[in-house]
Design a protein around this ligand. Structure first.
Ligand SMILES: NC(=O)c1ccc[n+]([C@@H]2O[C@H](COP(=O)([O-])OP(=O)(O)OC[C@H]3O[C@@H](n4cnc5c(N)ncnc54)[C@H](OP(=O)(O)O)[C@@H]3O)[C@@H](O)[C@H]2O)c1
Length: 274
């Protein structure tokens, strides 16, 4: 087992802000060789420069993960620069805050699926032969929204469900190659993600209500530490707590008392201004 990320060639999608950015700094401090991917190259270059200051190597690659060719290029650039891939973190993501019936165009759900699910699938497809060589690691950043009945997020939850189903199945195919797949179900992380939730018009909604945003959130730094250690330890599944309730409890609550969970979700929607 690798003790740290020292010289570990790690690709992080969605590294230009939020959790991906914080993870880049966490791994750079441990001496990782990073490839940072997102659409905003200027942001990525700033993050990469800070990673180098922290002691890591960092390559910034412009990549829209919804585009298959961009994902292929991301992996190729990594191999050209570092010669291998040890870890892939599928983190890039977008979300929504709108009732399905109110959507101007259901194409919004297609966009979310393309980024959150197909993006992770494309990157994994091109990285897999290299991860087999390195007996590497894949980490997927999912959400506790996938484990709770959460209204206003139909497309988001569908995309994270698809991600879970795909990677559970893939795990059974690659486990004998020594590749680990870690699913991380995070509660609210204080990245401003809620402000970028897409509304019924497909525009950033400015987020859910102040009241909801004021609920306890994990810091990006803490979430980065959690992702880093769980992936290094090749953990299978990680949940964080939501409003003080341990995350692993929610699948059980959903099984035993789905109507109760649905009512909690509906109250959440009211408080969240939907
Ligand atoms: N914050 C939370 O409360 C929370 C909770 C649970 C799970 N998560 C998950 O954590 C992940 C990161 O979220 P965050 O809170 O850090 O949000 P964020 O600050 O908005 O970061 C999202 C990242 O994804 C990138 N991205 C978006 N669309 C992309 C695309 N088409 N191609 C490539 N990169 C793209 C963005 O970069 P560009 O705009 O430069 O492309 C950005 O770097 C997401 O998968 C999210 O679902 C977040």
């Amino acid at each position: 087992m690798t003790a740290t990320y020292n010289q570990n060639v790690t690709i992080i999608t969605g590294a230009s802000s939020g959790i991906g950015e914080a993870l880049a700094y966490e791994l750079a401090e441990q001496g990782a060789y990073l490839t940072l991917a997102a659409r905003r190259l200027d942001q990525l270059e700033t993050v990469a420069a800070k990673c180098r200051d922290l002691g890591g190597k960092a390559l910034a690659v412009i990549c829209d993960v919804s585009q298959q060719a961009d994902c292929e290029n991301l992996i190729q650039q990594t191999v050209t620069t570092y010669g291998r891939v040890d870890t892939l973190v599928n983190n890039a993501g977008i979300t929504m805050w709108a009732r399905f019936a109110n959507l101007n165009d259901p194409v919004l759900l297609e966009q979310i699926m393309k980024v959150n699910f197909l993006g992770a699938m494309y990157c994994t497809y091109y990285a897999l032969p290299l991860l087999k060589q390195s007996r590497g690691r894949i980490a997927n950043i999912s959400s506790m929204a996938d484990k709770i009945i959460t209204p206003g997020s139909t497309g988001y939850i569908a995309s994270k469900h698809a991600m879970e189903a795909f990677f559970e199945s893939l795990r059974s195919e690659v486990v004998d190659d020594g590749i680990s797949i870690t699913m991380l179900y995070l509660g609210f992380v204080d990245t401003g993600f809620a402000g970028r939730m897409l509304n019924a018009e497909g525009k950033p909604s400015g987020g859910i209500s102040q009241q909801l945003q004021a609920t306890k959130q994990m810091s990006p730094v803490d979430s980065a530490k959690l992702i880093a250690s769980a992936t290094l330890l090749r953990k299978r599944t990680v949940y964080t707590s939501v409003s003080g309730v341990p995350g692993w409890l929610f699948p059980w609550i959903k099984l035993i008392a789905p109507t109760y969970l649905e009512q909690v979700g509906k109250r959440f929607m009211d408080v969240g201004g939907l």
